[in-house]
Design a protein around this ligand. Structure first.
Ligand code: MN
Length: 239
């Protein structure tokens, strides 16, 4: 049967060395760095044993921005940056819960991105016990840089990399990935309890402290060590 309408195309992220990665879903982890949980006024687990379950939320696949221009969103006056490691899933997971030790085999590659957040709407949602969707899952809320194939970075090397964000040349956020409360295999395991991971899924792994407001004209450079990079400019709101 032919499609009866023309819907937007599946978003695709560039891959270093050539080719593109079609995006299926975007999962995000909240409160995965203790210093950021603290700055947001959330409780920080006393130990790994006491960390409970991760906080997850999602963004639509077409929230991905692969170009350099990110329009300032509607309905907010407090757009925040959250620099994050982005994990790209390259293989469908089997049905059922994925063992931590089997998780790395699903990873296609890594990149760096921004979990852009309407912080004012998120604060209001938290205060009222409402969902975070309008604060997190808006159009163009997920700028992502080029993906680097996982073959180029082993798990031990990944943990030593530093995540950083500069805005207009000034350092805003910086932390080593060794500070993640849940590492990549642990997050894929936890997600697999809730969803079937599929080829094309992206996972935003959570942000360190230093989140702050962005304005039109701001120039952002996010880095994952010297391995991956994402650059974008916040442009005026669409009218
Ligand atoms: Mn985040």
């Amino acid at each position: 049967m032919d499609d009866l309408i023309r819907a937007p195309a599946t978003p695709r992220v560039h891959v270093r060395g050539g080719g593109r990665f079609p995006v299926h879903r975007i999962y995000c982890v909240g409160r995965n760095f203790a210093d950021h949980a603290r700055e947001m006024g959330a409780a920080v687990p006393a130990s790994r044993e006491a960390r409970g379950r991760p906080v997850f939320f999602t963004k639509p696949a077409d929230a991905v921005v692969v170009g350099h221009e990110v329009p300032y969103p509607s309905a907010t006056s407090d757009l925040h940056h959250e620099v994050e490691l982005v994990v790209a899933v390259g293989t469908d997971a089997p049905h059922g819960v994925l063992a931590v030790e089997d998780a790395s085999a699903l990873v296609f590659g890594y990149g760096v991105g921004l979990d852009l957040t309407r912080r004012d709407l998120q604060a209001e949602a938290k205060a009222k016990g409402l969902p975070w969707d309008i604060a997190k899952g808006f159009d163009a809320s997920a700028p992502v840089g080029e993906l680097v194939p996982a073959a180029a970075i082993d798990d031990a090397a990944l943990a030593t990399l530093e995540l950083s964000l500069t805005v207009n040349g000034g350092l805003r956020q910086r932390a080593p990935l060794s500070q993640l409360i849940w590492n990549v295999p642990e997050i894929l395991h936890e997600l697999s309890r809730l969803y079937r991971l599929r080829a094309g899924d992206l996972v935003f792994m959570g942000t360190p402290a230093g989140v702050a407001a962005l304005s039109p004209g701001d120039h952002c450079v996010a880095m994952l060590g010297e391995v991956a990079r994402m650059e974008c400019r916040i442009t005026p709101a669409h009218v």
